[in-house]
Design a protein around this ligand. Structure first.
Ligand code: GAL
Length: 723
């Protein structure tokens, strides 16, 4: 009897040992990755069993392979053996190497930080809540390295990221523990040589994008996702959203006020009150406030003003849509509205047909698609079931992309370009013509978000809503006019651009400057669409740029910093618009700021005078101006007048400014400004050249439009800004 028990015990012991050995083998066994080259400088590998639904299958957008092919051919940028992947416990574990001193950027639309090395994030679509913890409007699982490559995790799950914080025992750098008692060099964050991801799925597709520069890696990522969007010309004008309960007469009255104040206006945004009920939404016009919507919008169009409509996803039981739509909605409601399951073709057809008939065909030019992001208590919970069988988690990560896709397609079907607003996006959304905004309202953080948007293939607007002082108003207006979408969102406060009479003139000046800069900004967007280069971008994407101002500081003290955490200075308050303009916003309360000028000479945008060369300067241009600098040899094509109508087929006269002394070439983009015919070749790049003439003086030339290509350029004058 005793012998039998002993034997049994031995058996189970052996079994346990065997199991432990097996687990260890499974844990230790990294999956060897096989990288397939998809295009020049783009590699893909699969780990385990990747899920069918991811960002690229959801967006359905085709990569711009020809454009990628035209880029410099580069080698695989990492040591393949240093990339590790394990599938364990139903999840995928990934590790990518980091070199000493390497910086990483991206990993979502962050508002406070630009450099992500040293951060721990859970990438999760949400309304930004004031912390860079991964919960944000576009938690794109893509990072770009200062060493000139990018890594993309193509999974629409909540992904955990240890961005240079995890220390493995087999790190390349041997362990070197220090004694905190005596050694000042002791750090609460020992050196980590990797970026690690935990993906709650039994496999994933991963992609690596080569450079050689960080901007090249971002461009390849953007092109792989279909290239950036090209807005219609009117999209780059000035936008104004009227108070939510305004009716047609009040809106037309507001438009007349814009004329009276000689303030540019190309889009009117109607907020929830255009609908008969909201929230939840009916997606039907309110018969009292807008009895004749088509006539109303035609009146706006006669004045070259487009109409943009607010909506959120949640459909009212009283909407005429519900009869057909209800079977295709989720198990849970939001704000007592039904949640359409955009994973089903039926939903796209039912809502798409309705939108087309009552909105697009009546003259609506685009949408602001709100509240598809969070907070948690504003959205469906993760226990929600969707009839398409897409898990609620993936729905959360993808909903904004799905709404963009559906509405963008409706306009594409009519060969009309649209441009609008979205509060949730993600990796699949690069090519969709939408700009992210939110309810958060820190002016400084809005600029950091604008900078971060450039790493991850999304657009962001630091919209203006209201201000406590005239100074703040003007400073906010100045920055929004250098952003992808220049908008005053007066839905709640009813603020007008001229609400602060003390600065009305200056506000009008910067809005007019925005309009005049459209040829330059439109060309930046064409470069986004054709070459994947973000129109507004971080200084860290400027070739050869190094911040001279980076000091790491972190003194030990018992209350604020008991573990001596380092605090970093990052480039989060100045940015580039295209290759030639550097914008360094001033914030309320500031009269002077530091600006870091990259290598080469830089000139003051307003005066043409030299501002500096690879140095830190102090900018104090007064309240009237936002500091803007132009690169040596910078060609800036502008409309001669801010009064241009941004109407397709109308020729506009240009003033082409030139800064500095270096001879330069520039390609100015031109097309019809409103259709997709450019995708079939109906566009031109006009060559602008500045060089010395026979008399030694600078001379500018512009090539003629090619035969049978669009030609919207009237007279051209060159203005040499630097004496
Ligand atoms: C918010 C949105 C605002 C405004 C408002 C209308 O969610 O961010 O811009 O549209 O809804 O109710």
């Amino acid at each position: 009897m005793l012998k039998k028990t002993w034997l049994l015990r031995m058996n189970s012991l052996i079994l346990m040992v065997l199991m432990l050995v097996c687990v260890n083998i499974v844990m230790a066994q990294d999956q060897s990755l096989s990288w397939t080259k998809q295009a020049s400088g783009v590699w893909v590998a699969e780990v385990g069993k990747p899920e069918l639904r991811n960002f690229t299958t959801t967006s359905g957008v085709k990569p711009k392979l020809e454009a990628i092919k035209a880029m410099q051919n580069v080698e695989f940028p990492l040591n393949e053996n240093e990339i590790k992947a394990v599938v364990f416990d139903g999840k995928t574990y990934l590790h990518f190497p980091l070199e000493v001193g390497e910086k990483i950027f991206g990993l979502g639309l962050n508002f406070k930080t630009v450099e992500q090395r040293g951060r721990i994030l859970r990438l999760h679509v949400d309304h930004y809540g004031g912390k860079d913890d991964g919960r944000t409007h576009a938690p794109v699982p893509f990072y770009v390295s200062s060493k000139g490559y990018g890594v993309f995790i193509n999974s629409a799950r909540y992904i955990d990221v240890w961005a240079g914080t995890a220390v493995a025992k087999d790190s390349k750098i041997p362990m070197n523990p220090k004694d905190r008692n005596t050694d000042k060099k002791w750090s609460s964050q020992p050196y980590s040589d990797n970026v690690s991801f935990l993906i709650p799925a039994e496999g994933v597709e991963i992609m690596v994008f080569g450079g050689p520069t960080a901007l090249d890696a971002v461009s390849r990522f953007n092109l792989y996702n279909g290239g950036g969007c090209l807005p219609p010309l009117w999209g780059l004008g000035f936008w104004h959203r009227t108070p939510t309960l305004y009716n047609d007469e009040k809106v037309l009255g507001e438009v007349a006020e814009f004329k009276k104040h000689q303030f540019p206006l190309s889009v009117i945004g109607l907020e929830p009150g255009w609908q008969s009920k909201s929230y939840p939404c009916t997606y039907q016009w309110d018969p009292g406030r807008f009895p004749e919507p088509a006539k109303f919008m035609a009146q706006l169009k006669d004045q070259n003003i487009q109409t943009n409509l607010w909506m959120n996803p949640y459909i009212s039981p009283e909407s005429e849509l519900i009869k057909k739509l209800k079977p295709y909605t989720a198990s849970h409601t939001v704000w007592e509205g039904f949640v359409p399951d955009y994973g089903l073709p039926e939903v796209n057809t039912i809502i798409g047909d309705h939108i087309k008939k009552y909105l697009l065909d009546a003259g609506v030019s685009g949408f602001k698609m709100d509240e598809n992001d969070g907070y948690d208590n504003w959205l469906w919970p993760d226990v929600t079931l969707f009839p398409s069988k897409i898990p609620a988690e993936q729905m959360r990560q993808l909903y904004g992309v799905m709404m963009q896709k559906m509405t963008a397609q409706l306009y594409r079907d009519q060969n009309r370009r649209t441009y609008g607003l979205i509060r949730a996006s993600n990796a699949g959304g690069v090519s969709f013509p939408y700009v992210i905004y939110n309810d958060y309202y820190s002016h400084k953080d809005f600029i950091t978000a604008l900078i971060n948007s450039s790493f991850i293939g999304v657009l962001w607007t630091p919209e203006v809503r209201g201000s406590k002082t005239a100074e703040e108003w003007l400073r906010r207006m100045q920055t929004v006019c250098f952003s992808p979408l220049a908008m005053l969102n007066a839905w709640s406060d009813g603020t007008k651009p001229w609400s602060f009479p003390e600065v009305e003139k200056q506000v009008a000046e910067v809005a007019n400057l925005r309009i005049q800069l459209i040829p330059y900004i439109y060309t930046c967007f064409a470069e986004y669409a054709f070459y994947g280069r973000p129109p507004m971008r971080a200084m860290n994407l400027v070739d050869g740029f190094t911040s001279n101002d980076e000091k790491v500081d972190g003194k030990l003290n018992s209350t604020d910093n008991p573990y001596a955490q380092a605090t970093r200075k990052e480039m989060k308050d100045q940015f580039m618009v295209g290759d030639n303009l550097l914008v360094a916003p001033l914030f309320e309360g500031e009269t002077v700021r530091k600006v870091i000028l990259p290598k080469g000479k830089w000139y003051d945008f307003y005066t043409g005078k030299i501002a500096g060369e690879a140095e830190v300067i102090n900018a104090a241009p007064g309240l009237d101006k936002i500091p803007v600098y132009v690169k040596d040899g910078g060609i800036i094509p502008m409309f001669e007048s801010a009064q241009t109508t941004l109407k397709s087929g109308e020729k506009n006269n240009l003033i082409i400014r030139f800064y500095g002394t270096k001879y330069a070439d520039y390609k100015l983009y031109d097309d019809d400004g409103e259709t997709f015919d450019y995708e079939k070749g109906a566009f031109s790049w006009r060559d602008i050249r500045v060089a010395a003439a026979k008399d030694g003086k600078l001379k500018g030339t512009i090539s003629k439009a090619e035969k049978s290509k669009p030609d919207n350029i009237g007279t051209v004058k060159f203005q040499f800004m630097t004496e």
